[in-house]
Design a protein around this ligand. Structure first.
Ligand code: SF4
Length: 435
């Protein structure tokens, strides 16, 4: 039996002993993906159906749809919850990124689902139960689950209103982003996948959620960038109309989070006035040269300096803690542009964290998934080194503590065993909030 992966994990857990083991394994699963034995995707006869992977915005897979077997393509879960095993893991929620070649595989062991590495048992695996509204269909035949999927173990409703980005092609799309490829792949595969969701359909799907015993606490409203017009509306007009409609119908029912480009002050004010509570003008990567190369469309249309200024300006409107730009953790080291030295790459992002935290703005991360249709995914099928991700988690935790700032709001509870944010372990490494 080859236990090289287990030995590597042991080494990393020992080396990074101020990080919870849960966060180290979660990082590995997010950067290398998970494989499933087909029998592990069949619900036992007496069990409830599990919640399927919804492809809520990107593919977040390491292979194309055409490279998945039928079970993985149609029966993979949205997330897994890991517990127990040799590391005695506290419950750890991980988004599922499919990779049939991953050393991490979920299979059945004595009738139970287990995560394994090269045959060694790592942890028990629980799948999320299909939410009640996934069984509901709108009068026009659309699925409420496709319109309003939930992630983060039920905490967050993810509303990708526009599944396409108007930054188009390799010269404009962010080099890590497969939103446009994913849309084309899902349509080609025959998955119901609405390109532009109607306001009334979103409200109808939310009605089903509000009427159920859903644990949802927040929604994220997002989609691709709009550089010209969509349905005759600018980006600000297009996205703001949904917030306005949702907050008129369900005032304050959920924390209202909006992910868009960095907008000028007046537009940010308009979004706030519509009822948004948290604004995510995602910044992606701090280094000036990498920002230009990795986000060429954003750089050309808005520019790095203006983007930063707008993030800081937005803090005056929303309050600093409610402006939360995302960094794609790992692209700092992506060939051909990235740093080749882990500490230099970490130091670059630390400077970005420090800059924003000096303004009271607390960024957050998505762990980079090297999707195979993107320029950076093609050049870096292995993603970024584990060491980089772990150092970044340490630096994030310490920089936040150094600024005496709390974890960003809208992500549920921090701390190992409590965090639900599933596409990065950044919440798993923060100290649990005091009761
Ligand atoms: S702006 Fe960049 S990250 Fe956002 S959807 Fe468009 S290509 Fe993707």
């Amino acid at each position: 039996m080859n236990a090289a992966t287990l030995q590597m994990l042991d080494t990393q857990i020992h080396k990074h002993n101020t990080l919870p083991p849960e966060a180290i394994l979660k990082t590995e699963l997010l950067r290398r993906g998970i494989a499933f034995a087909p029998e592990a995707l069949v619900p036992p006869a007496d069990a409830q159906e599990h919640q399927l992977k919804s492809y809520f915005i990107f593919s977040f897979n390491m292979v194309k749809q055409s490279e998945l077997d039928g079970a993985a393509q149609w029966k993979a879960p949205e997330e897994v919850a890991l517990t127990g095993g040799p590391y005695n893991l506290r419950r750890t929620i991980v988004s599922v990124r499919l990779n049939p070649a991953s050393p991490y595989k979920v299979l059945l062991h004595q009738g139970e689902r287990w995560l394994t590495a090269e045959g060694e048992l790592l942890s028990r695996v629980q799948l999320p139960v299909k939410p009640a509204h996934y069984n509901c269909t709108l009068p026009d035949g659309k699925s409420a689950g496709e319109l309003a999927p939930t992630i983060e173990w039920g905490y967050l409703i993810y509303l990708t209103i526009f599944r396409i980005c108007q930054y188009f092609g390799e010269k404009e799309e962010c080099q890590f982003c497969d939103i446009n490829h994913n849309y084309r792949e899902q349509i080609a595969a025959g998955r119901p996948y609405t390109g532009v969701k109607k306001v009334e359909d979103i409200l109808a799907a939310l009605e089903y959620i509000a009427a159920s015993d859903s644990p949802t606490k927040a929604y994220t409203l997002t989609g691709g960038s709009i550089t010209s017009k969509l349905e005759g509306k600018s980006e600000v007009e297009f996205y703001t109309q949904y917030v306005q409609a949702i907050e008129s119908r369900f005032p304050g029912r959920w924390i209202a989070k909006v992910v868009t480009q960095a907008w000028p002050r007046a537009d940010v004010q308009r979004l706030k006035d519509a009822g948004a509570t948290i604004y995510h003008p995602n910044y992606e990567v701090w280094d000036p040269r990498l920002f230009e190369l990795i986000s060429p469309g954003k750089n050309r249309y808005i520019g790095r300096g203006e983007w930063i200024k707008r993030v800081v300006d937005a803090a005056d409107i929303f309050g600093p803690s409610r402006v939360i730009p995302n960094f794609v953790g790992g692209v700092e080291m992506a060939k051909p542009y990235g740093f080749t030295d882990v500490e230099q790459a970490v130091e670059s992002t630390r400077q970005g964290l420090d800059f924003f935290m000096n303004h009271g703005v607390v960024p957050r991360f998505t762990t980079w998934c090297p999707e195979p249709t993107t320029p950076l995914g093609k050049a870096n099928p292995e993603g970024a080194p584990l060491e980089f991700h772990l150092r970044l988690l340490e630096v994030y935790r310490d920089t936040l503590a150094g600024h005496h700032l709390p974890p960003p709001p809208g992500y549920g509870a921090p701390g190992p065993g409590r965090a639900v944010f599933s596409v990065s372990p950044f919440m798993d490494v923060l100290p649990p909030a005091e009761a």
